[in-house]
Ligand binder design. Structure first.
Ligand code: GDP
Length: 550
């Protein structure tokens, strides 16, 4: 006997399902079968008569600096030029443009890494991949990667040979290089559509859009708009005044204001829907990206979003999800540091890392995680017990302590209280702001090497001249930089009569009303700190940065 909430193995589940005449397909099997679609997105279960064409969804990939962002911007600009109202496009993670009275959806995060991170979750949102190759640079390592990623996802590739306006452009050379990857231009008897573009002059953009429609017509993307919506989270973050918001790409069905929606362990009622022009809309049809408010929490990019009939159903699905996730975590008791892992690795013990990842934005999480996961192989197993947007909290430290995890903080800080708890619990917390440092440290630990040593280097000093009081606290120091500079990333030591009275990260660094990255010698600035606000006139702020010893 098993209880209702107990997890059972697949074989048992399949036998039980068979008994009830229900077909069970294991997650691995369904992925391997190339179905790659979540069961909720499997259109073969839909009545063919209910399916109507939907706009193709396009992702732009290619080597760094080959013009992915510029192309996305140039395409977006055609929309603004076309729209009579002259509205302003919003950066919500995806947008739609019209060509020949048909819509095309573009995912606004270029690159195959984000694409593959989403795919790794089972999310397949794209119908066409535009591979951007700069005509003056040719096929480069990430071009090759992009080709592999698109191919492994079974997404057709359309090539944009970009920067044709440049004097160094050599289209023939690019064509020859692409031929080595079996991408042969249809103009030369191959079957890959290639368009010459200039994101700078706009040449070829209209043709690119036309070709996207042609390529996608072969696949005939379809959906059933008359059912409860299913979609994928493209982006999600907290927004002041609006709470958690998520950009969803609706993939099947139609999403309405008032719908009961579940994403992982989070659910809510759709309060408002906002399109890529910042306009409130009542519903979102297939292939339409839309910002959703009303979810109770920030959700994961790449997660599946699902509308259900009742709030009760939404709650129970969300609870089941959370419970299953909790069950998957195991909580051995001893603490671990990267150094210990390195020592174990040296002794030839199996290398297994458990990590908690906190970062400043969902996109950063995907990027950092993707890089870390690249370190995995037969001998090294890397597991993430938690990940999230925002500062490192006490609950992160507790989870790390409970699950023998190391906390990786990327572009985030943690306050003194949390630091103290981490020290007490012996939890290893590592802060980074450059991706390769994270992977470098982990790699060293994997190889059993010594840890890098960091030390603080003073970069500047400022004197507090004026105090601005907010909510009864001396929260902002008006200071003048007298030596070197103060940067947003630095740690500030507050000196009063030459005694250190506080040490903290910077919460805000401002010149007049603007947030700035750094303030140089001779300038005034406003400084507020994460963990200190009792400034007095005459206090000296010393800025430090951490540097790695060679
Ligand atoms: P990404 O890294 O692939 O997103 O590349 P970007 O869009 O950031 O472009 C990299 C650089 O190339 C920028 O300085 C762009 O202004 C420039 N660039 C992009 N497309 C073109 C183009 O078609 N012609 C020229 N001359 N420059 C371009």
């Amino acid at each position: 006997m098993a209880t209702v909430t107990q997890t059972i193995d697949y074989e048992t589940a399949a036998l039980a399902a068979d008994h009830f005449n229900v077909e069970a397909v294991s997650e691995e099997a369904s992925l391997e079968a190339g179905a790659q679609r979540h069961p909720l997105l499997d259109l073969s279960k839909e009545d063919p008569a209910s399916l109507v064409p939907r706009p193709p969804v396009v992702v732009v990939m290619g080597h760094v600096d080959h013009g992915k962002t510029s192309l996305l911007d140039a395409i977006r600009a055609t929309k603004v030029a076309d729209s009579e109202a002259g509205g302003i496009t919003q950066r919500i993670g995806a947008y739609q443009v019209e060509k020949n009275h048909r819509l095309i959806t573009f995912i606004d995060t270029p690159g195959h890494e984000a694409f593959t991170a989403m795919r790794a979750r089972g999310a397949v949102v794209t119908d066409v991949a535009v591979l951007v190759v700069a005509a003056d640079d040719g096929v480069m390592p990430q071009t090759e990667e992009a080709i592999q990623h698109a191919r492994s996802a079974g997404v057709p590739i359309l090539v944009a040979i970009n920067k044709i306006d440049k004097p160094g452009a050599n289209v023939d050379k690019v064509l020859a290089q692409l031929a080595e990857y079996e991408l042969l231009s249809d103009q030369y008897g191959g079957n890959t559509t290639m368009v010459r573009t200039s994101a700078k002059s706009g040449e070829g953009i209209a043709e690119l859009l036309e070709m996207i429609l042609l390529v996608s017509d072969i696949q005939e993307p379809r959906a059933n708009p008359n059912r409860l919506a299913v979609g994928t989270v493209i982006d999600s973050h907290l927004e002041r005044g609006r709470g958690p918001i998520a950009t969803l790409l609706v993939q099947n069905g139609t999403l309405h204001v008032g719908d009961n929606i579940v994403v992982g362990g989070t659910f809510g009622k759709v309060r408002a829907l906002i399109d890529d022009m910042g306009k409130k809309v009542k519903e979102a049809v297939p292939s339409m990206p839309v910002v959703v408010t009303g979810l109770s929490d920030v959700v994961e990019a790449g997660a599946l979003a699902q509308v259900v009939a009742t709030e009760r159903e939404a709650r129970s699905i969300a609870e089941l999800f959370s419970r299953q996730k909790a069950e998957r975590l195991s909580y051995p008791s001893r603490r671990l540091t990267l150094e210990e892992l390195a020592a174990r690795a040296k002794e030839g013990e199996p290398k297994s890392f458990t990590l908690i990842l906190k970062a400043d934005a969902q996109g950063t999480i995907e990027a950092v995680k993707g890089q870390i996961q690249k370190l995995q192989n037969d001998e090294v197993n890397i597991k993430f017990v938690a990940e999230g947007v925002g500062a490192i909290t006490e609950s992160d430290v507790n989870l790390a302590a409970a699950s023998q995890a190391i906390i990786i903080g990327f572009n985030v800080r943690y306050d003194d209280r949390v630091k103290q708890l981490a020290d007490e619990e012996g939890v290893d917390v590592r802060l980074y702001d450059v991706v390769y440092r994270v992977t470098e440290d982990l790699e060293k630990a994997i190889k059993g090497l010594r840890e890098p040593v960091f030390h603080d280097v003073e970069i500047g000093r400022a004197e507090v001249r004026k105090i601005y009081v907010f909510d009864g606290k001396n929260s902002i120091a008006g200071a003048n930089v007298q030596d070197g500079k103060i940067t947003r990333q630095s740690t500030i030591v507050v000196l009063r009569k030459e005694q250190e009275i506080a040490r903290s990260g910077i919460k805000q660094l401002k010149r007049f009303k603007d947030d700035v990255r750094e303030v140089a010698k001779g300038y005034d600035c406003g400084v507020s700190l994460d963990a200190f606000d009792q400034f007095e006139e005459g206090d000296v702020l010393v800025a430090y940065i951490r540097e790695q010893e060679e």
